[in-house]
Each structure stands twice: as structure tokens, then as C-alpha cells.
Design a protein around this ligand. Structure first.
Ligand code: NAD
Ligand code: UD1
Length: 336
């Protein structure tokens, strides 16, 4: 099956391209490289031993999307392309609405015009907002706390409306918890631009000596060790969830929302300790105040994904840290 992978040069998209190739899908990457490097796709090619077509283009360019859907006879789309930094979305909300929402509307229009009716969409646990119910199930209350989260919720709803209006259209909406880790080869991994916003890349850059210490946002949360708890999931487990979603789409009607997590919570301090063990390095840290908008704890109930897709996460925290370290220590400056 020929699959258009929007945002396929990004962190999750590139790892998913590896999994797609290994399961006999043919990925075609569409990316404007606003937050990634073409080098990521070259690494995918060297791991899987085959060429991957790459189209440099913007999701808001309808003609470019129509052209790629037709020219490559695309049968399904995995839609990763989006801006994803919460802090940045607070300072430039219009850019986020335009890039993420307009980009998704343009994609859906192009898919309809070319009769491509299968979509896997990257959503986020951010749609559970204040996380009133833990573990989160797919019918937990939805809310958002920032413009990035709002774009994810609106995009979920847009896709569900299109599926409701067109019985032939089916979508898997995957709500990722906290993706971390790297391909086990050490050749690919997360390469954030500038100062990392998220915990794992920050820890990895401290361990490798790019940053002097981690700042832990709060040690007074109502959790056993006082630090925040999240559901970290290995990026290759996440990649395999996309393979399972593509395989499951023909059996599914409408839009199906699925939590993609491990179902286990790990605290910030536990992750720091696990990374020290995996890397053999110290990760110096200091406690600072809570980050605005943070929540104490959140993890997934991933049982619906197992029921619908037959998928569940395999890798543990130790493996997530080992694979992150293999990549970070081999390429301290990422793809640069
Ligand atoms: P990423 O920034 O590494 O990848 C996104 C890719 O999309 C990049 O290659 C970027 O260049 C591309 N892109 C962005 N806007 C584009 C546009 N208008 N046209 C063409 N290409 C465009 O991010 P990621 O971590 O791989 O995330 C992938 C998806 O998963 C995003 O939709 C993100 O919101 C979602 N998600 C990520 C996380 C996470 O923690 N990484 C968690 C939950 C959900
Ligand atoms: C972040 C995003 C969320 C996104 C999710 C998945 C914010 C506010 N939310 O959530 O929209 O869906 O990533 O990737 O950015 N921490 C530190 N020091 C750091 C970085 C993080 O102590 O330098 C702590 C945080 O306070 C939190 C935990 O580590 O308790 C995880 O943080 P992070 O990796 O940013 O993920 P989320 O907060 O879950």
C-alpha cells in the first residue's frame, strides 16, 4: 500500500517510515522541513535499504497535495505535519491555527477530490486538558489549555465530521501520550531545534554535556516523590501503532479515537534515575517552580487500542533510555 506520510521527516514520522517499510508499505514523504532535516529521511533509507520519495511542500498548498496523491497513486495518508510547541503556540496562535488547521482542511479536501478515504491522524493526550480522570480513557472529558491543544481538538473534530458526512471515509485518530526513545540502531532519534521543551531530550542533552543541568518543574506535586508523572512511550512502539492502524482501517467505519500509551506512569525523578543507569552519566538537576499549565499526573488506559488494533506497547523505560542514549551519544548535535 502506498502511504502519504505528511511530516515524514519529523521525529515520529521518520521512525514510522522505518516501521512502514519493514511491513511492506510504501511511504511517500511530504514535508516542508520547517522543524526537520532531509537527513532524517536519508537515515531511514539507509536503515531499510530502499529509496523513499520525498516531496518538499507545504500542507496548505492544495495543488501540491493533489499532485502527490495522484502521481503516487496514494491509498492512505498518515498525517503528522503540524507545529507542536505549546509555549510557541501561546505567542503565535494564528500561525498554529493556520498551519495545523488550514493544513488539515486542505489535506481533507485533496483526499476527497482524489477519492483517498483512509487517514491515520496524530493527536495528543493534550486533548485531556486538566486530566480529570486517570487513567484517561477515550471517553474521558476533553478540554484544552493552550492554542496547540486547541488545534489538535479542532482537527479531531474536523476529521470526525468528514467521516460522518462521507460513509466511505475512515480515520484512526491516535492520541499519543509522551513519545520518547530512538531507533535501536542509534542512527535516528529526536533532534529538537533550540532548547528542548520536553523532558527526555533535555535529560539526554544534559547527560551528553550540551546543557549543564536539568530544571525539574516542581517537587511538591501530589505524587509519591513530588514530581510529575507521565506515560512515556517508545517511539518505535508508536511507529508500530501506525502500522496496526493502517491495517485496521479497512475494517473500521467512521473516526476511531485511540489512546497510544503504555498504561504505566513514570515520575520525572524515576526517568532521571533510569537515564543515569542507561547512560552511566550523572544528570545534575535542581528543583524549580512548577511550569504554568502543567498537571500532576497522566497516563493512558490503552486497552481500546489493544482491542481494536491488537496493538500494545512492548518497550519499557530502561529500553527507552538506552535507545535515546545510543542516538544522543553517537550524534550529540543531532542531524546537524
Ligand atoms: P516534528 O516537528 O518532529 O514533526 C513534524 C513534521 O511536520 C516536521 O518534519 C515539520 O517540518 C513538518 N511540518 C510542519 N508543518 C508543516 C507544513 N505546514 N507543511 C509540511 N510539513 C510541515 O514533530 P513530531 O514530534 O514528530 O510530531 C508529529 C505529530 O505528532 C505532530 O502532529 C504532533 O502534534 C503530534 N504529537 C507529538 C507529540 C510529541 O511529543 N512529539 C505528542 C503528541 C502528539
Ligand atoms: C508536553 C506538552 C503536551 C504534549 C506532550 C507530549 C507542555 C505544557 N505540554 O506535555 O502538549 O502533548 O508534551 O509530548 O509542554 N519537565 C521538567 N523539566 C523540563 C521539562 C519537563 O521537570 O525541562 C517535567 C514537566 O513538568 C512534566 C514532565 O517533565 O512533569 C513531562 O514534561 P514534557 O516532556 O514537557 O511533557 P508533558 O508536560 O506531558
Amino acid at each position: 500500500m502506498r502511504v502519504l506520510v505528511t511530516g515524514g521527516a519529523g521525529y515520529i514520522g521518520s521512525h514510522t517510515c522505518v516501521a512502514l517499510c519493514e511491513h511492506d508499505f510504501e511511504p511517500i514523504v511530504f514535508d516542508n522541513f520547517c522543524n526537520s532535516s532531509p537527513e532524517a529521511v536519508r537515515r531511514v533509507e539507509s536503515i531499510v535499504g530502499r529509496r523513499i520519495p520525498v516531496i518538499e511542500g507545504d500542507m496548505r498548498d492544495r495543488e501540491a497535495l493533489l499532485d502527490v496523491l495522484e502521481r503516487h497513486a496514494i491509498e492512505a495518508v498518515v498525517h503528522f505535519a503540524a507545529l507542536k510547541a505549546v509555549g510557541e503556540s501561546l505567542s503565535c496562535p494564528l500561525e498554529y491555527f493556520d498551519n495545523n488547521i488550514t493544513g488539515t482542511i486542505t489535506l481533507l479536501q485533496a483526499m476527497q477530490a482524489k477519492a483517498v478515504h483512509r487517514l491515520v491522524f496524530s493527536s495528543s493526550a493534550t486533548v485531556y486538558g486538566g486530566a480529570e480522570t486517570i487513567p484517561a480513557t477515550e471517553d474521558s472529558p476533553l478540554s484544552v489549555t493552550n492554542p496547540y491543544g486547541r488545534t489538535k481538538l479542532v482537527m479531531e473534530q474536523l476529521i470526525a465530521d468528514v467521516c460522518a458526512a462521507d460513509a466511505g471515509f475512515a480515520a484512526m485518530i491516535l492520541r499519543y501520550f509522551n513519545p520518547v526513545g530512538a531507533h535501536p540502531s542509534g542512527q535516528m532519534g529526536e533532534d529538537p531545534k533550540g532548547i528542548p521543551n520536553n523532558l527526555m531530550p533535555y535529560i539526554a542533552q544534559v547527560a551528553v554535556g550540551r546543557r549543564d543541568k536539568l530544571r525539574i518543574f516542581g517537587n511538591d506535586w501530589p505524587t509519591p516523590d513530588g514530581t510529575g508523572i507521565r506515560d512515556f512511550i517508545h517511539v518505535m512502539d508508536l511507529a508500530h501503532a501506525h502500522v496496526a492502524a493502517l491495517r485496521g482501517l479497512p475494517r473500521q467505519a467512521g473516526a476511531t479515537m485511540l489512546n497510544i500509551g503504555t498504561g504505566k506512569g513514570t515520575s520525572v525523578l524515576e526517568l532521571v534515575r533510569a537515564f543515569e543507569m542507561a547512560s552511566g552519566r550523572n544528570v545534575p538537576f535542581e528543583f524549580v517552580g512548577r511550569r504554568p499549565g502543567d498537571i500532576a499526573e497522566l497516563w493512558a488506559d490503552p486497552s481500546l487500542a489493544q482491542e481494536v488494533l491488537g496493538w500494545r506497547a512492548e518497550y519499557d523505560i530502561e529500553r527507552m533510555c538506552e535507545d535515546t542514549w545510543r542516538w544522543q551519544s553517537a550524534y550529540p548535535d543531532g542531524y546537524a
